[in-house]
Design a protein around this ligand. Structure first.
Ligand code: SF4
Length: 703
């Protein structure tokens, strides 16, 4: 802390990594961030995890883009995994902003003129601000002329949102994670907060110490298991079987809350009939869980005075991800566990602004605030706001866009801050799509794996260099502030999007993100009573907010749900197998995800010195028994093979890993996990099955 003596000023902002939305303070000297401290935000109370505390230096990495780049003519579009950003660029040349923006826009305009609006698509970013998300989707809708706009929500919680919208009429959480301190029982399923939402995990630990019963339901063990009242390990992919068996117990033992069901729900009779045969004894073989354990969990949850359910991508990233979330919602509705302090449904959001980017309309089937594009009345309201006719057909989603490129429909793309060359499933397919685009514009901080396929690369702004609002997993809208200047000729993302829009003939004239926020309020009722000035004054404002001088609602839907008639709906589900079950040739389940130290595709954290020093290379985690079966020692290489490809990387032993499973983080280009993953989609949320692919493990030769 000796550094504090030399900082010349401090700037309050928000962590740029996960959806917890920890508030922090940058300590700055001579336009450089010296260190970061947590401050007393509503979701972190001064706490930060290792990413928030040490992952602030990536914007000053030597490979940071500081000038626009244009691909040299004749250079083929392909990914070089050994690409060294420290070496002089051979495939691109530097350009002025004027030249780069003209070329970037003209390529897209020409494709639209030649082939129509359906030839273009855009990926916005959950790492950017709400204002940037609003502008990006507005550009696609009013400039490109289609709804082919999506972002990484499609790869994380799209199925959760589909189920929540269907059953309770809202895609956001019904209560903040701080409410666990009021809960008697908390179910955590398909999530690993100690790794992926570390500061939220501290609230779960605190609750457990105070007597809350934590029940962790997951195929894998995890750090929080040490605090759990029960840890239920079940067979990968058997979520629906397990949750339906719990519902069966609640129905047959009449543990449901009839008064709540009568007042607030519809469809319970059908659910009762649906689960009648799905007894714990009948479902136990599929789940791999003892029937009495299923009964005990169901009773604990149903009998609790106040209980919450949290879930993550272990629930959502399945071809039956929407069904998984429907089951969790049914559990809460059947037991009356929403609408009161200490109760609720909470899908833990991944990226810092995936909630806000979704709210702002970076979704192909809905306008901002989840208002359907096909609704004539809603669409005409936005047409009036934006003074432009809008397309009524929903657009394509992330993976569908890659398929549409292969099919020859999508010919040009604008990608802001996303890295599909690392994040999409079945990367060979996704990368071939990117390579075949006739025109690709990438806006980012670095020459990411995706940017290697670009025709034009536009140098953008890091979170610590700009102003804007973000919305965390708790629906808390918070203000990020610029702590340091943009390097070289890098520009704020909102400015770049506006320059592209102007070249599409749109008369945009924003001079600051606060003007964009003011426009957002005209199309997003969720922002009622939240102003830029209020965000500057207050630490954080939660939506929905009833008045400018009142706090927002931490717990929602106490009286009614935002559905016709005000009632939530039960959606019965049937167990379905994974798209690609294990078999004799591919006997092991591959599951992918994040590490504590690395964030998503690693474009930021692998350029952050402390974080990359802590986890510098790709590893695959297996159980001790699997290690013995493979006949290798920790640190030796193994090869993982699926029907789509193979990667070789070092093996790590993890006593919490389930037997018959291997876990690989997806941030390492040198052993890219998504070369292996299955692109099969959930039919409702259109999310790929990242959490289950059949694979084969084998020892590899030591290089
Ligand atoms: Fe940042 Fe999330 Fe860590 Fe908080 S918990 S410091 S928001 S990465």
């Amino acid at each position: 802390r000796g550094d504090s003596a030399v900082a010349d000023h401090t700037v309050d902002s928000v962590c740029p990594y996960c959806g917890v939305g920890c508030q922090l303070t940058y300590h700055v000297k001579d336009d450089s961030i010296l260190f970061v401290e947590g401050r007393n935000g509503p979701s972190n109370q001064n706490r930060l995890c290792v990413k928030g505390r040490f992952g602030f230096d990536y914007p000053r990495h030597p490979s940071r883009l500081t000038r626009p780049l244009i691909r040299k003519s004749g250079v083929p579009k392909r990914l070089d995994p050994a690409f060294d950003p420290a070496q002089p660029l051979t495939h691109f040349r530097e350009a002025s902003w004027e030249e780069a923006l003209d070329l970037a826009s003209q390529g897209l305009v020409d494709l639209k003129t030649a082939h129509g609006p359906d030839a273009l698509a855009g990926f916005g970013s959950a790492k950017c601000s709400n204002e940037e998300a609003w502008l990006f989707q507005k550009l696609v809708r009013t400039g490109f002329g289609s709804n082919h706009v999506d972002h990484c929500t499609r790869l994380c919680h799209a199925s959760s949102v589909a189920a929540l919208m269907e059953c309770i009429g809202s895609g956001a959480v019904t209560a903040s994670f701080m409410q666990v301190l009021e809960s008697d029982v908390v179910i955590l399923t398909g999530c690993n907060p100690a790794v992926n939402h570390p500061v939220a995990a501290t609230y779960f630990k605190q609750a457990a110490r105070n007597g809350t019963k934590l029940i962790i339901i997951d195929p894998r063990g995890q750090g929080l298991s040490a605090y759990a009242h029960m840890s239920v390990r079940f067979s990968p992919g058997a979520d629906v079987s397990l949750f339906n068996a719990m519902l069966n117990v609640i129905v047959t033992e009449e543990l449901f809350d009839q008064a709540y069901i009568d007042a607030h729900t519809e469809g319970f009779a059908a659910l009762k009939a649906h689960v009648v045969d799905m007894t714990p004894d009948a479902m136990a073989p599929a789940c791999g869980v003892d029937p009495d354990t299923i009964r005990e969990v169901a009773r604990l949850y149903a009998r609790a005075e106040r209980a919450m359910i949290f879930w993550g991508m272990g629930i959502s990233q399945h071809t039956h991800g929407t069904d998984n979330a429907r089951c969790l919602i049914s559990l809460a509705l059947a037991c009356g566990q929403t609408g009161r302090s200490g109760t609720g449904l909470h899908p833990l959001r991944g990226q810092n602004n995936v909630q806000g980017a979704s709210d702002a309309g970076l979704i192909p089937m809905v306008l901002p605030d989840y208002q359907p594009v096909g609704d004539d009345q809603i669409r005409s309201a936005f047409e009036e706001l934006w003074n432009t006719p809008l397309e009524a057909r929903p657009g394509l989603t992330v993976v569908e866009i890659m398929d549409a490129i292969h099919a020859g429909q999508i010919k040009g793309m604008y990608i802001q801050g996303e890295n599909p060359a690392m994040s999409d499933p079945d990367l060979d397919h996704a990368r071939a799509a990117l390579a075949s685009l006739e025109h690709l514009v990438v806006q980012d901080l670095f020459v990411t794996e995706t940017a290697q396929y670009a025709d034009v690369i536009l140098p953008a702004s890091a979170w610590s260099e700009k102003e804007g609002t973000v919305t965390n997993t708790n629906r808390q809208v918070q203000l990020g502030r610029a702590a340091v200047p943009l390097p070289g000729e890098a520009r704020p993302d909102w400015w770049i999007i506006q320059e592209i829009a102007r070249r599409f003939g749109l008369d945009w004239d924003y001079t600051h993100p606060r003007e964009v926020f003011a426009e957002m309020k005209q199309g997003m009722p969720s922002l009622d009573n939240i102003t830029w000035e209020r965000l500057e004054r207050e630490k954080s404002v939660t939506y929905p907010c009833p008045a400018e001088d009142a706090p927002g609602a931490d717990v929602v839907f106490s009286d009614a749900f935002p559905r016709a008639g005000g009632k939530a709906k039960f959606a019965p589900t049937r167990p379905l197998p994974p798209d690609e079950p294990v078999d004799g040739d591919y006997p092991t389940v591959l599951t992918t995800g994040r590490q504590l130290e690395h964030w998503h595709t690693g474009s930021m954290t692998r350029r952050s010195q402390v974080l990359d020093d802590l986890e510098p290379e790709a590893v695959a985690s297996v159980s001790p028994a699997e290690l013995v079966r493979l006949g290798v020692s920790p640190g030796e290489p193994i090869t993982i093979t699926t029907r789509r490809g193979a990667i070789t990387l070092k093996v790590r032993v993890d006593p919490l890993m389930a037997e018959g499973m291997v876990f690989v983080p997806f941030c390492y280009v040198e052993a890219a996990a998504n070369l292996l993953t299955n692109p099969a989609l959930d039919p409702y949320g259109k999310i790929p099955e990242f959490k289950y692919a059949a694979c084969r493990l084998s020892p590899a030769a030591i290089a």
